[in-house]
Design a protein. Structure first.
Length: 396
């Protein structure tokens, strides 16, 4: 018969024996993950973010907002960079400058690097209970805010935070399967009560080699008003990029001689401070298909003129992207960002202007349960130079 003291010693010995047995395995896991990170080529993926905001009223869950955003994310020399699909470059390091509200980054490699390739994480063995019905070994970890590994941004400010979570690995291949991250006591300045992420991985092929890459992620943030913000991220069409890729950090370095010649032959057009022109939408915008960030194009139905002189002819091509295609309450909103007007030999920049888009003199707001702007839908662009409306109370 064992005494309490004997049982206590036995439990202590068992726990430390288990810890000693897992230390070599943990070392192997760290080596496998860091080796995968070190081999990662510069590559890019299309990231689709499905976002929604929920709140409870009288015990019922209500969707306050729902939208889908699409962007390009690149892993370049150990850093994450973002850009819009179809744009000439992917060079923004701060995703919050592209997407408003609750959104996370670090999913490509930065979170994995903080846990496995640094001394930031305190790691302890969890269990071998598996993951989604498949064999898996789980470890727990904790990282201090002093490392700066996790930062939360709010409307007022941002702050580094403590966080903890778990990671799961395949016991045979040592492939990373999942990482969870839970923020500990976020400071009031960020306006967040809680934040939790779950990131899933899978082995994929890039450039003829296989790597363990992120497959999807879930981010749940509860703000200080009690609203729950959900983001579901998926990564697709991942591929290695080389010199002729669309990713440009210095436009001049990647430009071919032919591109330079075309650019030199294109004359900039100075637009009127204020003009209105109708255009046809070149591709449909449909709820459930289109996403914020998707390219959008149109064709002018009439010329842009000034003083009787044609600056851009009928048929000139209008370019931009969808800013938002969102459900807010019972209304669907479509917002476009138009950036350029082009025709052979001429280019007009629409940045730095307030570019309003209307359908039959009404904003792009719909009340139907499902809407679609068909191809060749007739829209109106009213463009005003910002400096000419500096006293306009409606200035954005």
């Amino acid at each position: 018969m064992y005494s309490r003291r004997t049982l206590g010693i036995a439990c202590w010995l068992a726990a430390n024996l288990a810890l000693a047995q897992t230390e070599p395995e943990l070392a192997k896991i760290k080596t496998a993950v860091t080796e995968n990170l070190s081999r990662l080529p510069n590559y890019t993926c299309t990231e689709t973010v499905q976002r929604s905001q929920h709140a409870k009223f009288n015990g019922q869950d209500h969707v306050l907002m729902s939208e889908t955003v699409r962007l390009e994310i690149a892993y370049v020399d150990g850093a994450e960079l973002f850009g819009w699909p179809g744009s000439a470059k992917i060079d923004e390091s701060d995703i919050h400058k592209m997407i408003e509200g609750s959104i996370g980054n670090g999913y490509f490699a930065l979170l994995s690097h903080s846990i496995f390739a640094t001394s930031f994480a305190d790691i302890e063995f969890g269990d071998q209970s598996g993951l989604d019905g498949k064999p898996a070994v789980r470890y727990g970890y904790r990282i201090s805010k002093n490392t700066g590994a996790y930062t939360i941004s709010g409307e007022v400010g941002k702050a580094a935070v403590d966080f903890h979570g778990s990671f799961w690995v395949n016991p045979k291949t040592l492939d990373l399967l999942r990482i969870s991250a839970i923020v500990d006591n976020p400071p009031p300045v960020v306006g967040v009560k809680s934040a939790e992420s779950v990131l899933d991985f899978e082995r994929q092929s890039i450039g003829g080699s296989t790597f363990v890459l992120p497959r999807k992620a879930e981010l749940t943030v509860v703000d200080d008003g009690g609203a729950e913000n959900l983001s579901h991220l998926t990564f697709a069409s991942c591929h290695q990029f080389v010199g002729e890729s669309v990713i440009k950090f210095d436009a001049s370095t990647d430009e071919s001689a032919a591109q330079s010649a075309v650019k030199a032959a294109t004359m900039p057009v100075a637009l009127p401070d204020d003009f209105t022109v109708d255009f046809n939408l070149d591709s449909p915008i449909e709820w459930g298909v289109a996403a914020g960030g998707d390219p959008v194009h149109g064709t002018l139905r009439g010329a842009v003129q000034q003083g009787g002189r044609v600056l851009l002819p009928k048929g000139a091509r209008l370019s931009g992207r969808i800013s938002h295609v969102a459900l807010r309450g019972d209304l669907y909103y479509v917002e476009l960002v138009l950036t350029a007007l082009d025709c052979p030999g001429s280019h007009a920049d629409l940045n730095g202007r307030r570019n309003g888009i209307a359908l039959k003199d009404a904003p792009l707001i719909f009340t139907s349960s499902k809407f679609k702007l068909d191809r060749n839908a007739r829209l109106t662009l009213h463009s005003r130079l910002l400096k000419s409306i500096r006293n306009d109370p409606a200035r954005p």
